[in-house]
Design a protein around this ligand. Structure first.
Ligand code: ADP
Ligand code: MG
Length: 612
């Protein structure tokens, strides 16, 4: 009896794209099927650890590729874990993995990206690029019933009981008329070598009368010696393990010897993965024990700020039968993590010597990496030293904290920073005027994370790290320009304090502004205006606002004029109008929204008109 099931809507959409794709590199379907076969072998190998008899008599793990030119079919078989009926239903056709929607969107938006199908966890469906029918016969290890799954990739799929010797899976593709070339053994050999050479199980190509041939190298790449691995092989393996298809920006292959021995083959991508900031993003490392795949979910293996690092860690010192739960509290894992992170940071340090090259890394992963300044207690300073920031010192290039220190003025003991939404706006913030006139450099920080890391790094190499609102610098300006009269100034600040009492905690004057009439700041030690804005964006709930201070520049001609105007009651209306504009301009300079843009526009236009 056949069970007929529909594809879930999302899967249908995906299939529609895959089938109708004009993508020319169709051969990637084979890479995806081989990758699944290899995963199935990994899973069985792991199962055998706790249940040695589960696949007795099933032979060594391998992947078989059987072309049939007469029938125009191609079969990919493995003797791995296999699937039962539930697995078939859950994994091939009905479950809406979040990846499906992402993939569909990606291809629709970019008109390309089909080759990334594996990255989204839906690689199997690539089979329908070349096949108009797919037939799967599979038996799960430890079970007796085999199953057949058939689909044309359009009208759902059918599942029936079937027969199969031993556990494993045969995936038979009925090739489209145009795709007959996938029965050509020379072509197949070429594709397998190109994409799948690094697969650690033998990939055996059936040559008909000529017998069979193992096409790949079939040994764990990371266990081979560096000198035996070509750049191409490293890259292919990266593609396999990360499911990305860019070139790795960094490849780090090492063997740690000493107390604990382990091998690492780690990569940093050259492109940013789409899920870097998804909350459930896990680290990208696979843990092996002596070439047996154990888990890719050992979070303790890599700190979260390095979650973009992909690769393999293999340690024979871990017990083979260690449970995944035990791994989470393993002191060995902790030591491996520690050693691995040190190596990564050391390598990054080397690469940072080439600014342009390092920026390729930084633009993708800098935001995540900076999380390490507060997350990685033991490497805090190291991570900070490898982080780059925009600064008032150089408009073109980012700078490091060490470069900042090297430029510090005599007696300067503080690294200053300001936070906001974008570098241009920040660079023009009136609060910087005093720093500029004193020749003090200020870092212009624009990532949300920048609101947090300075709090865990109050000191760096003998320098305090401070927001400019907390400056303890002596800004003793001895200014000679004309200044507003003290008495009138007091009236002006009182008037404005009264006018804006719902928004502004305090109106004061300052010597620190040189160009702007006024500026907004917060009370020393309070949440910065930028952070407050972020919190407002990200949480729906109301945020307790910091007390805003409106600082007036008593040397500015406009402020002098306004202060004078307070002498005559009949100026009141105009005075209030201009006072509002001054507050609005202070808000704009800070990157804040103004409360009444149309009022602002009208008033400013009318004054411009008078001046023209
Ligand atoms: P992914 O490999 O990223 O999970 P795929 O679309 O390639 O996504 O495969 C979907 C799922 O189908 C796999 O996770 C696995 O559970 C199952 N599967 C596919 N091929 C095989 C196979 N040869 N043996 C066992 N299970 C398989
Ligand atoms: Mg897959």
């Amino acid at each position: 009896m056949a069970d007929k099931l529909e594809f879930q809507a999302e899967v249908s959409k995906l299939l529609d794209i895959v089938v109708n794709s004009l993508y020319s590199e169709k051969q990637i379907f084979l890479r995806e099927l081989i990758s699944n076969a290899s995963d199935a072998c990994d899973k069985l190998k792991y199962l055998i650890l706790s249940n040695p008899d589960i696949a007795k008599g099933n032979g060594t793990l391998k992947i078989k590729i059987t072309p049939d030119a007469k029938e125009n079919t191609l079969m990919v078989s493995d003797n791995g874990i296999g699937m039962n009926k539930d697995d078939l239903i859950n994994h091939l056709g009905t479950i809406a993995k979040s990846g499906t929607a992402e993939f569909v969107r990606n291809v629709k938006d970019n008109g390309s990206g089909v080759e990334l199908i594996g990255q989204f966890g839906v690689g199997f469906y690539a089979a329908f690029m070349v096949a108009d029918k797919v037939e799967i016969v599979t038996k799960k290890a430890g079970e007796t019933q085999a199953w057949k799954w058939v689909s044309d990739g359009k009208n759902g799929f059918e599942i029936t009981e079937a027969e199969r010797d031993g556990n494993g899976t045969d995936i038979k593709l009925f090739l489209k008329e145009d795709d007959k070339n996938y029965t050509d053994t020379i072509y197949l050999r070429h594709i397998i070598r190109t994409y799948s050479d690094h697969i650690e199980y033998p990939i055996v190509l059936e040559l008909g009368e000529a017998g069979e041939e193992t096409v790949n190298n079939a040994s764990a790449l990371w266990m081979r010696h560096k000198s035996e691995i070509t750049k191409e092989q490293y890259k292919e393996f990266y593609h396999h393990i990360s499911k990305n298809f860019d070139d790795p920006w960094m490849t780090l292959h090492f063997k740690a010897e000493g107390n604990i021995e382990y091998t690492g083959l780690l990569y940093i991508p050259s492109e940013m993965p789409y899920d870097l900031f998804q909350p459930d993003k896990k680290n990208g490392l696979k843990l092996y024990v002596n070439k047996v795949f154990i888990s890719d979910k050992v979070e303790e293996l890599m700190p979260s700020y390095l979650r973009f690092v992909k690769g393999v860690i293999d340690s024979a010192d871990l017990q083979l039968n260690i449970s995944r739960e035990m791994l989470q509290h393993s002191a060995l894992i902790e030591k491996i993590k520690h050693g691995t992170v040190s190596r990564l940071l050391k390598e990054l340090k080397k690469r940072a010597k080439d600014y342009d090259d390092y920026m390729k890394f930084w633009k993708n992963f800098g935001i995540a990496f900076k999380e390490g300044i507060y997350e990685d207690f033991s490497n805090r300073e190291e991570v900070a030293s490898l982080s780059y920031f925009a600064s008032t010192a150089d408009k073109e290039k980012l700078t490091t904290l060490d470069d900042y220190i090297s430029r510090a003025k005599d007696g300067q003991k503080t690294i200053y920073y300001i936070t906001g939404d974008n570098v241009q706006v920040l660079a023009n913030n009136p609060q910087l005027e005093a720093f500029q006139s004193k020749g003090l450099e200020v870092l212009l920080l624009t990532d949300p994370i920048d609101e947090f890391w300075p709090q865990t790094l109050p000191n760096y190499k003998g320098f305090a790290v401070k927001h400019i609102s907390q400056a303890d610098e002596d800004f003793n300006f001895d200014r000679k320009e004309p200044k507003a009269d003290e008495g009138s100034l007091k009236k002006l600040t009182d008037l404005m304090a009264e006018m804006f009492k719902n928004e502004i905690g305090k109106v004061t004057t300052t010597d620190k502004l040189t160009k702007s009439p006024a500026s907004l700041t917060v009370e020393n030690g309070q949440m910065s205006i930028h952070l407050e804005r972020l919190m407002r964006h990200h949480q729906q709930q109301t945020v307790f606002a910091s007390t805003r201070i409106l600082e007036l520049n008593p040397y500015h001609p406009l402020i002098i004029k306004l202060a004078d105007m307070t002498a005559d009651e009949k100026n009141k209306a105009q005075l209030e109008e201009v006072a509002k504009i001054i507050l609005d301009q202070a808000k704009i300079a800070e990157g804040e929204a103004i409360s009444d843009p149309s009022f602002y526009g009208e008033v400013v236009s009318s004054y411009i008109l008078k001046a023209l």
